[in-house]
Design a protein around this ligand. Structure first.
Ligand code: TSJ
Length: 640
C-alpha cells in the first residue's frame, strides 16, 4: 500500500475541519434541529447541482433507524481519479472548505457554482460519513470519521472498488455527531417540506423521501412537473382563486427569470423570492423588479379600460397586490446577499432583468385574458377604496385629537412617567371603574373605564372603529398611535405603560369585551401583543372564609372543587357576580396588587383566535396585519 504523504496542503485541510467542529454555528447556522436538518440539505444540494448540470433526475433521501441519513442520486458519480494534490478527487470534495465559492479548481466546479459547497462541513460534523460512487463500471468506496479519512487506499493511492456496476451515481450515508448537535433526530416534517420546495423549483427532478425510523416506512415522492406554477396553485389550494395561475419565463442579461402568480379572494399578499433555488426570506431586488413593473403595467391597463379616470391617482403597489400569491425564481451567475440574515438578494441587474421579463410576459398574458385582467383590477379597486376610507378615518382622528386630547376625561392617569413601571387597567363599566380608581396605587396604576357599548357596533368598519370614543381614548392613553393595512404609524417606543391589563368580569359579557379589545389590538396595535405588553386580569369567582384559618380567593370552579375536597371544617363562601361588587380593598387584593393578583399574558395566537370570534360575532372581516407568513422549511423548528 502506498503511504499518503501529508504535505502542507493536507495539514491545513485537517485544521479547516477542526475549525468547523469548533464553531459549527458559523457554517450551518446553529446546532439545534434546524442545523441538524441543514446537513441533509447541504448534501442534497450537491445532487441538485448534478441535476442542474443535466446528468441526474432522481434523488433518494432516507432517514434510517440508526439515526443516520442516506442520500443517493443517479448522476455521473463524483470523480474518483487522482487529483494533482495527490489524493482521489472525491477526497477533496469532502475535506476542502469552500468558503463562499473560492473553490474554483477545475475538477469540482459545479454548474453555476451555486451550492454544493457544504459536503466537507457535513463530513466534519458527522461521527462517520461513508461514500459509494458508481462510475466507470465499479462501485468505489470511501469512509471518514469526524472528517478524517479512515478508508485505506489501494496501491495506486485510489479508492478501493467494492463491486462491479453498470449504473452511475453517488451515495452518501452519514451520522450526525451527538458531540456537536443538541438534537440528533431529524425532523421528517421539515425535511419533507424543504424537499417538496426543491421539487417545485426543479420540475424535471423526482425526489423520493423515506423515513425508515418507525415500525412502518413512510414513503413520499415529490415530483412537480408544473414547477412554480404548481407551487402557487398549492399555496392557494384552500382559497377561492379568481383566475388560472399565470406562468412566465424568460432570460435577460444572462439572468434566467421565472414567475407564477394567481389572485385569490383574500385580503393579503404573499410574494416569495428564490435565487438559484434558495429561498430569500427577506426578498430583494428580484421582487422589487417584479413588483414595480406589475404596478406600472396594471395602472396602465386601469387607465386604458377607464377604471382610473384622468383625475384619479394611480393605484398603489399594495392596492394592486392585495390577494396576490406569487413565486419569483431567478438564476443568477453571481448572486450577492445583504440584510440581517443575508437572505435579501442585492444584485441591481436582477431587478432590471426581472422587470424586463415579467413586464413583457404579463402584458402578453393580460392582452389575451381580459376577464382575468378585470378580476385583478376589481381587486385593486376594492383595496384602494378601503385604503382611502382608512386614510380619511385616520386624518379625522388625528386632527380631532389635537383639539380634544382625551376629551371624555375618563382616564385616571398615574403619577409616574416611567413607562417601564406603569400599568393601565382597562375596566369594563363605570361602577367597576370607580372602585378601581379608589383601590389602585395611583403612583403607577392608571385606570381607563370603558363602556360595553362598543359591542353594539354592528358592522365595525375601520372608520367606525376609529370614530368610537372608547377606542380613541385608548389610543390616546397608550400614546403610540396605531397601524393598519397600508401604513405603520405605530411607534411602540412611545408606549406609556409597560402593562396593559384588560379587567373584565368573569362572565359572558366580560368575555365579549375582552374578545373585542384583543381583536382591536391584534388589528391595529399587534406589536403590543408581540412584545408582550397585553395582559388579562383574572379576578376571582369566590372567596372562601373558613371558621379557622386564612381567607382564600378562588379563581374558578375547579379551584372551588379542590378547596371543598382539601379543606376540613366549615367555611362560608362569597360569590362575586362582577368586579363592581367588590369593595376597594377586595379589588386591590384580587386584581390590582402585583403581589397577589393573577395576570395572564396574551399571546398572539390568543388574539388571533379572538379576532376570529369577533368576525363570527359581528360579521366583520378582521384581516391581521401580517396575514400570511410563508413558513419556509429552514425557518420553523419543531420539537419532537
Ligand atoms: F447524492 C448525494 F447527494 F449524496 C451527493 C451527490 C453528495 C455529494 C457530496 C455529491 C454528489 C454528486 C456530485 N452527485 N453528482 C456529482 N457530480 C460530480 O461531482 C461531477 C461528476 C462528473 C464531473 C465531470 O466533469 O465529469 C464533474 C462533477 C462535478
Amino acid at each position: 500500500m502506498k503511504k499518503t504523504t501529508y504535505d502542507a496542503g493536507s495539514i491545513s485541510v485537517l485544521e479547516g475541519l477542526e475549525a468547523v467542529r469548533k464553531r459549527p454555528g458559523m457554517y450551518i447556522g446553529s446546532t439545534s434541529r434546524k442545523g441538524l436538518n441543514h446537513l441533509i440539505y447541504e448534501i442534497v444540494d450537491n445532487a441538485v447541482d448534478e441535476h442542474l448540470a443535466g446528468f441526474c433526475d432522481f434523488i433518494h433521501v432516507e432517514l434510517l433507524a440508526d439515526g443516520s441519513c442516506t442520500v443517493t442520486d443517479n448522476g455521473r458519480g463524483i470523480p474518483v481519479g487522482m487529483h494533482e494534490k495527490g489524493m482521489p478527487a472525491e477526497r477533496l470534495v469532502f475535506t476542502t472548505l469552500h468558503a463562499g465559492g473560492k473553490f474554483d479548481d477545475s475538477v469540482y466546479k459545479t454548474s453555476g457554482g451555486l451550492h454544493g459547497v457544504g459536503s466537507s462541513v457535513v463530513n466534519a460534523l458527522s461521527t462517520y460519513l461513508e461514500v459509494k460512487i458508481s462510475r466507470e463500471g465499479y462501485v468505489h468506496q470511501d469512509r471518514y470519521e469526524r472528517g478524517v479519512p479512515v478508508q485505506e487506499l489501494n496501491d495506486k493511492g485510489l479508492l478501493p472498488r467494492i463491486g462491479r456496476t453498470k449504473e452511475t451515481g453517488t451515495c452518501v450515508n452519514f451520522l450526525p455527531d451527538p458531540e456537536i448537535f443538541e438534537k440528533t433526530r431529524f425532523s421528517a416534517t421539515e425535511v419533507k417540506s424543504r424537499l417538496h420546495e426543491t421539487a417545485y423549483l426543479n420540475p424535471k427532478l423526482t425526489i423520493l423521501f423515506e423515513d425508515k425510523r418507525g415500525a412502518e416506512t413512510e414513503s413520499v415522492t415529490f415530483s412537480e412537473p408544473e414547477g412554480i406554477k404548481g407551487f402557487v396553485r398549492d399555496l392557494n389550494k384552500k382559497q377561492e382563486a379568481l383566475h388560472e395561475t399565470v406562468y412566465f419565463t424568460g432570460e435577460s442579461d444572462g439572468i434566467t427569470v421565472e414567475g407564477a402568480f394567481q389572485f385569490v379572494n383574500e385580503f393579503r399578499e404573499n410574494v416569495l423570492g428564490f435565487c438559484n433555488n434558495i429561498y430569500n426570506a427577506e426578498g430583494g431586488t428580484h421582487l422589487t423588479g417584479f413588483k414595480t413593473v406589475f404596478t406600472s403595467v396594471m395602472n396602465t391597463y386601469a387607465r386604458q379600460l377607464g377604471i382610473l379616470k384622468e383625475k384619479d391617482a394611480n393605484f398603489t403597489g399594495a392596492d394592486i397586490r392585495n390577494g396576490m400569491t406569487a413565486v419569483i425564481s431567478i438564476k443568477h451567475p453571481a448572486p450577492r446577499f445583504e440584510g440581517q440574515t443575508k437572505t435579501k438578494l442585492d444584485n441591481q441587474d436582477a431587478s432590471k432583468a426581472t422587470a424586463k421579463v415579467a413586464g413583457e410576459e404579463i402584458v402578453h398574458y393580460f392582452d389575451r385574458h381580459l376577464e382575468d385582467l378585470k378580476a385583478v383590477l376589481s381587486c385593486a379597486e376594492r383595496s384602494a377604496k378601503i385604503r382611502k376610507t382608512e386614510e380619511k378615518a385616520k386624518t379625522n382622528l388625528l386632527t380631532k385629537q389635537k383639539y380634544s386630547f382625551d376629551s371624555n376625561g375618563k382616564l385616571a392617569n398615574c403619577e409616574s412617567r416611567d413607562a417601564s413601571k406603569c400599568e393601565i387597567f382597562i375596566v369594563e363599566g363605570d361602577s367597576a371603574g370607580g372602585s378601581a380608581k379608589t383601590a389602585r396605587d395611583r403612583n403607577f396604576q392608571a385606570i381607563l373605564p370603558i363602556r360595553g357599548k362598543i359591542l353594539n357596533v354592528e358592522k365595525a368598519t375601520i372608520d367606525k372603529v376609529l370614530a368610537n370614543a372608547e377606542i380613541k381614548s385608548m389610543i390616546n392613553a397608550f400614546g403610540c398611535g396605531f397601524s393598519e393595512g397600508y401604513g405603520n404609524d405605530f411607534d411602540i417606543s412611545k408606549l406609556r405603560y409597560d402593562k396593559i391589563i384588560i379587567m373584565a368580569d368573569a362572565d359572558v359579557d366580560g368575555a365579549h369585551i375582552s374578545t373585542l379589545l384583543l381583536t382591536l389590538f391584534y388589528r391595529f396595535m399587534p406589536d403590543l401583543i408581540y412584545e408582550g405588553h397585553v395582559y388579562v386580569a383574572m379576578p376571582p369567582l369566590y372567596k372562601a372564609m373558613p371558621a379557622r384559618g386564612a381567607e382564600q380567593y378562588l379563581y374558578d370552579d375547579k379551584a372551588l372543587e379542590k378547596y371543598r375536597k382539601t379543606h376540613k371544617g366549615p367555611f362560608t363562601l362569597q360569590r362575586y357576580k362582577g368586579l363592581g361588587e367588590m369593595d376597594a380593598q377586595q379589588l386591590w387584593e384580587t386584581t390590582l396588587n402585583p403581589e397577589t393578583r393573577i395576570l395572564k399574558r396574551v399571546e398572539i395566537e390568543d388574539a388571533r383566535l379572538a379576532s376570529e370570534v369577533t368576525e363570527v360575532l359581528m360579521g366583520t372581516e378582521v384581516p391581521p396585519r401580517k396575514a400570511f407568513i410563508y413558513e419556509h422549511a429552514q425557518d420553523a423548528e419543531l420539537d419532537i
